[in-house]
Every structure is written in C-alpha cells, then in structure tokens.
Design a protein around this ligand. Structure first.
Ligand code: SF4
Ligand code: SF4
Length: 407
C-alpha cells in the first residue's frame, strides 16, 4: 500500500468509526426516550403498576392470535410492563401455550410470570404436581415468579385442603420452581379471613374496581389483606369491560374533567392508587389497549381527591342505569339447556348503556335460539358458580320479558 492509499484507507476507517458511534448514540438516546410505565415495589422487585392479563388475547378462529399477541407483548415489554398473568382455564388452556410462545422471545429475567393451580379440576392430591409440571412446560419456563391457588370459593377451599395443595406447592417453592405463592378469591370476606389465617401466603389477588368497592365487599377484602400484611394484585379492575364503556352520561362527566384520557384509565388508576396494591391486571385484547395502558401508567399518579369525586359521580350515574354487574368471566358456563348467560347479560348491559331498542332486538335475535334467555328452565345450577352472586335465572327472566316488550 503506498502512502496515498494508506491515508485514504485510514480516513475511511475513521469516518466509519465516527458514523457508527453516532448511530449507537442515537439508538441509545431513542431507547432512553421510550416511555416506560411506573413501577411499585413488591419486596425487592420493581413490578410495573400495570400487568398484562392474558385471559382476553386477540383471537383468530377461536384461538389466540399469536402474531398479534407477540406484537402487543413486545410493545408492552419495550415500555416497561413486566408482569404477565395466565391460568390453566384462560382460552380453554391455550393462553398458557400462547404465553410460552410469545414470552420465550424475551430473556427470562426481563419479566415476571404468574400462573395458577386449577383447583376446580383436581380430583385428588396426586394430580397437583403433574398439573404444575405441565404448566411449566406449556409456558416454556423452569419456574413461576408468582403462583396462585386459582379462584378459591367454598368448594375449591375444600379441594385445596383435601388435596394438600398448599403443602405440595410449598415444596415447589423450596425447590425454587415458585418464587412467591398466593391465591385468588372470588368469595366472601369471611372465607378470605379463613384462608389467610390457615396458611402463610406471600400475596393475594382480589377483584377490585370502583363498582365492587362498595357493592360486593371489595373494600372489606382489601382491608383484611392489608391488615395481615398481604400485598394485593388487582384483577377485574374494569369489571369485565363495563368500566371502559360505562354509559354516555357517565363518560361525558369523565371527559369534561379530562378529555385526553380514556374511561378505562380512571378505573385502572383507581385500583392502582391503593397503597397495598402492587400491580393491576388488565386483560388486553388489542394493541390500542396496550398503548392506552402505557400512556395511563407512564409517570403514574394516584387519583386526586377531586378525581375520586368525579369518578364516584360517574359510577353513580352508571349504576342508576340498572346494568347487571356481570364481569363476563364465563364461570357460569355449562348450563344444561345451553343458555349463553354472559352473552345475554352483555347485550342487556349494552342496551342499558345506549338505550337503543332496535339494537337490542337485533342483538338478541343474533343469539342462537337455544342460547337465549327465554330458554332458561330455572334449574339454578348456574347460581352457585357466579362469583358476583347474581340471581341469574331471574335476571334472564327480565331479559326475556324485555325482548317481548320491545318487540
Ligand atoms: S338456571 Fe337457567 S341459565 Fe342457569 S343453568 Fe339452569 S337453565 Fe341454565
Ligand atoms: S353471570 Fe356471573 S359467572 Fe356468569 S359470566 Fe357473569 S359474573 Fe361470571
């Protein structure tokens, strides 16, 4: 190489290095500019205040849509959401598989994963560990950060005790396969008291939202957990989506106070404002939900007293509409004559929200005849399954009469 060639080559190398370094700097700055959601402390962990509930994933042909879920999860992680919650029953067992597929694209230490023991399907104690091992496999992980006994009610409480569920899961905790052991509950404060006083738990998952706070003892349950020092994960903060739509008058009130935020953001912030809550789960179905949640929880601030009052007024307006407090959780499925209970309640609530008679008639007639409210034979089987303790047969009767009247 002659001198000229040497100088030319050195010049290009220097320019290349400068350009590369500038690109790296821009990339780092761009990364630093990405909005990240706020975190709360759970012991030594920094958990995003908003968690990704994997029970209402986007679907194609009745199955979780992996490509869309991946996109949403990638966005969530990029914006600091680090708590993901799944369960055996979600999407008929497909949520855990979807979670395994999409989260395995991310380093295991970049998120916390919660799963749950399906108490309802356990027949005896020999089924606990194989079920747990299968969940690990489905989720493509060696351990769960958070693991819960799922949906304790009077019947499942007996199952939990008879099948030695707590003892067997505690063993898994000792083996490092569970980091923190808790439970979720949809029942009375009395049962909650019994559960927290029988075993030593690390956390509890409770349904909390501005409607249930007063109507179904959520306040009392939160206070019980707080009194015994159990940090709380909030489920159902939007009451099955009711709090994201409300009704026109309630939404108008919220929009007058702050036109730039969604109705959902009010109720999510409501639960997240409770000091003993460390994460609020939101079942996200569309990218729009993830983006809105990131917006709500970036620089999260608890509701002010004024905001609490505005929300309380909006809830009062909504409650006066007579909507059924169904969360569309689907726990009441399996009606012997095939009534689609959540669907009937959903269209009724939509009618209560928008008052559009023709829409209600069209929606009711779109339900298959055998799944409609008027086919209920009042056997009462569904009543014991409803965590909201709704008088399902009578409510169905009201819906059937409403259709008759409007038609
Ligand atoms: S009460 Fe009606 S809706 Fe409930 S399980 Fe019986 S038939 Fe089905
Ligand atoms: S009626 Fe009860 S069990 Fe059925 S979907 Fe609604 S809240 Fe859930």
């Amino acid at each position: 190489m002659n001198r000229r060639q040497f100088l030319k080559s050195a010049l290009f190398t220097t320019i290349g290095a400068v350009v590369l370094s500038a690109c790296k700097k821009v990339a780092t700055q761009t990364k630093n500019l990405i909005d990240k959601v706020s975190t709360k402390k759970y012991k030594a962990l920094d958990i995003s205040v908003i968690g990704f509930g994997m029970m209402r994933l986007p679907q194609t042909d009745g199955e979780p849509d992996i490509a869309k879920t991946q996109e949403m999860v990638d966005y969530a992680i990029e914006h600091g959401i680090n708590y993901f919650d799944t369960a055996w029953f979600y999407h008929g067992g497909k949520s855990e598989l979807a979670v395994g597929e999409v989260l395995s694209k991310h380093p295991r230490n970049s998120y916390y994963l919660a799963d749950k023991m399906p108490l309802r399907i356990l027949k005896d104690k020999s089924e606990v560990i194989p079920t747990f091992e299968e969940q690990l496999k489905k989720c493509r992980t060696d351990y769960f950060d958070f693991y819960l006994a799922h949906n304790i009610n009077k019947r499942e409480w007996e199952t939990l005790k008879n099948c030695n569920v707590y003892e067997q899961l505690t063993q898994k905790k000792k083996e490092g396969k569970i980091k923190y052991l808790g439970f979720s509950i949809h029942d009375t404060p009395e049962l909650l008291e019994e559960v927290v006083n029988t075993y030593k738990w690390d956390f509890v998952q409770l349904p909390i939202n501005p409607i249930d706070w007063k109507v179904v003892d959520a306040k009392k349950q939160y206070e019980i957990a707080t009194k015994v020092g159990l940090p709380v994960v909030v489920m159902n903060p939007l009451k099955g989506g009711q709090l994201s739509t409300l009704n026109e008058k309630a939404v108008e009130l919220l929009k007058n106070e702050n036109p730039d935020v969604s109705p959902s953001s009010w109720s999510l912030r409501y639960s997240a404002s409770l000091p003993n809550v460390f994460v609020v789960l939101s079942g996200m179905t569309e990218m729009e939900h993830v983006v809105d949640n990131v917006k709500t929880f970036t620089n999260f601030k608890p509701l002010t007293d004024k905001e609490q009052n505005v929300l309380s007024d909006a809830i009062a307006i909504y409650n006066s509409s007579g909507a059924i407090s169904c969360t569309y959780c689907q726990y009441c499925t399996g009606c012997p004559v095939g009534i689609d209970i959540p669907k009937n309640f959903l269209i009724y609530n939509q009618y209560k929200s928008n008052g559009r008679k023709e829409r209600f008639i069209i929606a009711y007639e779109a339900i298959k005849e055998e799944n409609r409210a008027d086919k209920c034979i009042n056997c009462g089987i569904c009543k014991n399954k409803c965590p909201q303790q709704l008088d399902i047969p009578n409510l169905l009767k009201d819906i059937a009469s409403l259709y008759k009247d409007l038609k």
